[in-house]
Design a protein around this ligand. Structure first.
Ligand code: ATP
Ligand code: MG
Length: 183
């Protein structure tokens, strides 16, 4: 499964509808400080099921909604869409009925957020599971936040080991071993 497009509407600094085509190969995003590069990456994490507003550099989840600037009034909703190419048909069975999968998350002030997969309402868990096996997802070790490298260098060996285990895909073994020891 490949990401083909990211669509933002009212998310953080992206007040107007903005589409980013994601071509094959490596994509770089460049621009001056404060132009929204990190906001883009956060939008990807958010639509894949991030549920911690702290990880979105926010003091509440409503902070991801465009909150006004200069002559633009604040918005009351924000929406992010992530489009996946599923022509190889290797999505989980429940969503594997189309060549393209569209995942959207929409938030309304003081009303929380709603996810949709191909237009049908879905639970956060469904969205998280859709990405869990594809080594992506909101908490995937392949999403490295700004400042995170420095943090890792400073981290205790146990915290660094945890991340390496996640990257190696073996972190599930610990919880299974723990369960086995309890029996
Ligand atoms: P740097 O190069 O410094 O890392 P960047 O390109 O990553 O910068 P971002 O951190 O993505 O920039 O964007 C920060 C900008 O987004 C700030 O100008 C901030 O005011 C704006 N912003 C964040 N949240 C909102 C919001 N809810 N509404 C409007 N603007 C917002
Ligand atoms: Mg940044």
């Amino acid at each position: 499964m490949k990401f083909t497009k990211l669509r933002l509407l009212g998310f953080k600094s992206f007040v107007d509808a903005t589409d980013f085509q994601i071509e094959r190969g490596l994509t770089g995003v460049v621009g001056p400080n404060g132009c929204g590069k990190s906001n883009l990456v956060e939008a990807m994490r958010w639509v894949m099921g991030e549920n911690s507003y702290k990880n979105m550099r926010a003091s509440g989840m409503d902070d991801v909604i465009f909150n006004g600037s200069g002559n633009r009034a604040k918005r009351n909703t924000a929406e992010v869409g992530l489009f996946l190419d599923n022509s190889t048909r290797n999505a989980p069975a429940a969503f594997n009925d189309a060549d393209e999968i569209q995942v959207t998350r929409r938030i309304e002030r003081e009303a929380g957020s709603v996810y949709r997969i191909n237009g049908r309402e879905a639970r956060a868990r469904d969205v998280q599971l859709l990405f869990a096996d594809a080594a992506t997802g909101a908490r995937s070790p392949s999403m490295v936040g700004q400042g995170r490298i420095g943090e890792l260098i400073q981290a205790k060996p146990s915290a660094r080991r945890q991340l390496l285990e996640e990257a190696a895909g073996i972190s599930g073994l610990h919880s299974r071993r723990h369960e086995a020891e309890l029996r």
